[in-house]
Design a protein around this ligand. Structure first.
Ligand SMILES: O=C(O)CCC(=O)C(=O)O
Length: 406
């Protein structure tokens, strides 16, 4: 991997003078001095253990700042310092002739910077991680070939598939015109399943999404994962895992008896642009008032049985099913009083009711709330109007993508 360093150094500024290190005085001068020392070392001909040590000092100091107070209170300057720490650590790891393990550590370091830091130097960590991934892909491919039958080993749970009553079924429509969608669904805020609008997505054709494909484009990438059946449960938590670890542990269930895991997050497509290229924004988003850049694209990847409790969101939503199927219930915001939202500020958008097993004594009005339901199949896109309550349970291994837009 000797050429790796030449690829990385080619995207670094040409010399120390051109390497930006500008911070406000909220970053202490001692930290700035340490950053400058790392910068000097980056351009020195020799490498020594102190390069790694100094990068780690920056990471440790900024990590403490990142973990003080709530995330909103964290000063962006400290997130930038953290990203610089990641950049210097990656340089220390990849200088010379890094081992496979050092390259994997460098990928993880870039991901930590992308997740916890703030963009620096035209998002240089994103560019570096692409270079690193090209190196790791070769060995990942070999492993894939050895494990090519793993998809067949996925335990098929026998999910409880509800029978959808015709009168409660979310209507379906094939490729409506923009005008027809606007008049009949968007303006009156009525849910509908749009069929046939994802046929051209590479995720269904050029690169059909599968466990093998995910391993090949993102296996070594570190991502946040939700652990637990549902986010309202007390034992629910979040952790960081590589996509390979997530698949082994929660999709292939190698650790028998573990809780459910859900890769549910909005950064995935920014972190792994190859995956974003496999999906397309639905044209209907142009009917909104917001900019295309304001659309949030979320990934929802998990085994059968993951549940998103009944909740509402402040934006319009297109929920597209790519792999597997999901049972979904929708309630109108007009019926919020029958849905018993949690009292706390944090969960006020989430109902206390377990939709498929309601406690009728505690929540007597719930049974009176009218609803629509559906089983979302690959290729279907469900329009969930703004503030419509939705409950989602995956019936099998599932990957969906949602677009939040205004
Ligand atoms: O698919 C899921 O589990 C939840 C989707 C969701 O809540 C959303 O897109 O807002």
């Amino acid at each position: 991997m000797a050429s790796l360093w030449s690829k990385i150094s080619a995207i670094l500024p040409f010399n120390e003078e051109q390497f930006p290190l500008q911070f406000t005085d909220r970053v202490e001068s001692s930290v700035l001095e340490m950053l400058k020392r790392c910068r000097r070392q980056l351009y020195s001909a020799t490498t020594s253990a102190s390069h790694m040590l100094n990068a780690q000092i920056i990471l440790d100091i900024s990590w403490e700042r990142l973990n003080t107070g709530t995330w909103r209170q964290v000063d962006k300057e400290w997130r930038r310092v953290y990203s610089y720490g990641c950049l210097f650590k990656v340089a220390a790891l990849c200088h010379g002739n890094p081992s496979e393990d050092e390259v994997l550590q460098a990928v993880r370091t870039c991901d930590m910077g992308l997740l916890m830091g703030a963009a620096i130097m035209d998002n240089i960590l994103q560019v570096i991680v692409q270079i690193l991934q090209q190196e790791t892909r070769k060995s990942a491919k070999e492993e894939d070939e050895n494990e090519h039958s793993e998809a067949k080993r996925i335990k098929i749970a026998s999910p409880h598939v509800p029978v959808i009553k015709e009168e409660l079924a979310v209507p379906r429509i094939k490729c409506p015109s923009l005008e027809s969608f606007n008049t009949n669904y968007l303006l009156p805020l009525k849910p509908v399943i749009l069929e046939g609008i994802t046929d051209h997505w590479p995720a269904f054709n050029k690169h059909p999404w599968s466990i093998e494909y995910l391993r090949s484009v993102a296996g070594c990438r570190t991502v946040p994962v939700e652990v637990g059946s549902r986010y309202t449960d007390e034992d629910w938590s979040q952790t960081l895992l590589t996509v390979n670890e997530f698949i082994d542990r929660y999709i292939l269930n190698k650790d028998e008896g573990k809780a459910l895991g859900y890769l549910a997050q909005h950064q995935l497509f920014d972190q792994i642009p190859e995956l974003k290229e496999d999906i397309c924004l639905p044209d209907y988003c142009c009917l909104g008032e917001g900019d295309e850049d304001d659309i949030t694209v979320n990934a929802w990847f998990g085994p059968g049985g993951t549940v998103s409790p009944l909740h509402q969101d402040p934006q319009q939503n297109f929920l597209a099913q790519v792999v597997g199927s999901k049972y979904i219930r929708l309630y109108s915001p007009e019926d919020t009083d029958k849905l018993y939202p949690h009292q706390s500020q944090l969960l006020h958008n989430t109902s206390q009711v377990e939709v498929e097993n309601p406690d009728t004594e505690r929540f007597p009005e719930f049974a009176k709330a009218p609803y629509l339901e559906c089983v979302l199949q690959p290729g279907d896109v469900l329009f969930i109007p703004v503030r419509h309550w939705h409950y989602v349970r995956s019936l099998e291994l599932s990957f969906s993508v949602s677009f939040w837009w205004s």
